[in-house]
Write a protein that binds this ligand. Structure first.
Ligand code: ZN
Length: 308
C-alpha cells in the first residue's frame, strides 16, 4: 500500500505539519516518523518500524486555520506610548512589534529605541520593498494591509481591451514569513481547504484592535461634549524578567474623565489581571458605557499607578 502513496505536496506540507497534528490530537507522538501521506479524508503517519497510524485530516486542517488566525494579546503589537498601527499608503499600515511591553526594561533595548526613532518617519519612504527591508532589518514590525492594497489604476486609453479586463479584488497582505508562505502555495492549500484565505496573527490582531477603536469612538460620540462621564484608566506593567505575565490594572469613575484621583476607584481590587485579560476587559468596559483611557492620557490620574 504505502509504495503507491505520494509524499505531501507544498500545500499539504504547510497544513499537515507535525505541530498541527499535535494541535488537533494532543496525544500524537511526533518522533520516529518515516513519512506522512494523505489518502482520502485521512492522514497516514508511517513510523520507522513500518507501523502506520491514521488520523482524520479535517481536524488537523481546522487546527491549522485556528493557529494562523490566532489572536495575540492587546500589547503584542503596540508601539511606544501604546500607539497602534500607523497608516503608510496604498491602504497599508505599519504594525510594530510590542517590544516595549515584552518585559520590564525592554524600552531600553535596541529594537525599542529603533522603533521610537523611526515611528514618525515611515511615510517618508515611498517604496514598499525598501520599507519592508527596514522593518525586517531592525525587527521593528510588519507592513500589513488587512483589507487589501488599493488597486493600481493603469489607463491604457479608450477602447483598449485592458480597460475591461477583470481586476482581482484587493486581498489582504502581511509582510511576515507565515503570510508569504501561505500566499506562495495558496492554490495547493486550497486543494486541502477550499476557499482558504491567507491569514496571520498580525492580521487577526489588527482587526481586533480596529474593532476596539471603532466601539470606543462610537461610545465617545454619545457623550456630551465628547467628554466621558463614565471612564476607566488602565495601566500595564510588563512582566518582570523571568515572569510569564505582566500586571494590567484599571481604575474607574462615574464623575468624568477629568475627575480628581479621589473620585476614582480600583476595578475589582484584590484580583490580578494580566495582558491576556485586556481584550475582554476592554469589551466589558465599553459594553457597560465606560470609555477606556491609557493612564498617560489623563493628566489628573497619570501618576496614580505604581510603575512596576
Ligand atoms: Zn503577518
Amino acid at each position: 500500500m504505502t509504495q503507491q502513496l505520494s509524499t505531501l505536496d507544498s500545500g499539504q506540507a504547510v497544513v499537515y505539519t507535525k505541530t498541527n497534528i499535535r494541535r488537533a490530537f494532543s496525544d500524537f507522538d511526533d518522533t520516529d516518523i518515516a513519512g506522512m501521506y494523505r489518502q482520502e479524508d485521512q492522514l497516514l503517519v508511517v513510523r520507522n518500524d513500518g507501523t502506520q497510524q491514521n488520523f482524520a485530516a479535517k481536524p488537523v486542517a481546522d487546527a491549522y486555520k485556528d493557529f494562523t488566525s490566532r489572536l495575540p494579546n492587546f500589547f503584542a503589537y503596540l508601539g511606544p506610548n501604546y500607539r497602534g498601527p500607523s497608516i503608510w499608503r496604498n491602504n497599508c499600515y505599519v504594525l510594530l512589534k510590542g517590544w516595549h511591553y515584552q518585559c520590564q526594561g525592554m524600552a531600553n533595548t535596541f529594537n525599542a529605541i529603533a522603533q521610537r526613532k523611526w515611528i514618525d518617519k515611515f511615510t517618508l519612504i515611498n517604496d514598499e520593498n525598501t520599507l519592508i527591508s527596514l522593518l525586517d532589518r531592525f525587527d521593528l514590525g510588519y507592513l500589513i494591509s488587512p483589507d487589501g492594497k488599493l488597486k493600481q489604476r493603469t489607463d491604457f486609453g479608450l477602447g483598449s481591451d485592458l480597460d475591461h479586463k477583470d481586476e482581482p479584488e484587493p486581498e489582504p497582505f502581511c509582510s511576515c514569513g507565515s503570510f508569504r508562505r501561505q500566499q506562495s502555495c495558496l492554490s495547493a492549500i486550497r486543494r486541502e481547504i477550499p476557499d482558504y484565505q491567507p491569514c496571520c496573527k498580525h492580521i487577526a490582531w489588527f482587526k481586533r484592535f480596529r474593532d476596539y477603536l471603532v466601539k470606543r469612538s462610537q461610545l465617545i460620540e454619545t457623550q456630551r461634549g465628547h467628554n466621558a462621564t463614565k471612564a476607566t484608566a488602565w495601566f500595564y506593567a510588563p512582566p518582570e524578567i523571568g515572569q510569564e505575565h505582566g500586571r494590567f490594572s484599571i481604575i474607574f469613575t462615574k464623575h468624568g474623565q477629568n475627575a480628581p484621583i479621589t473620585k476614582w476607584q480600583q476595578y475589582r481590587s484584590g484580583e490580578v489581571f494580566t495582558e491576556d485579560d485586556a481584550w475582554d476587559l476592554f469589551d466589558s468596559m465599553i459594553d457597560n458605557g465606560y470609555v477606556p483611557f491609557p493612564h498617560t492620557a489623563l493628566p489628573s490620574i497619570a501618576h496614580a499607578f505604581k510603575q512596576s
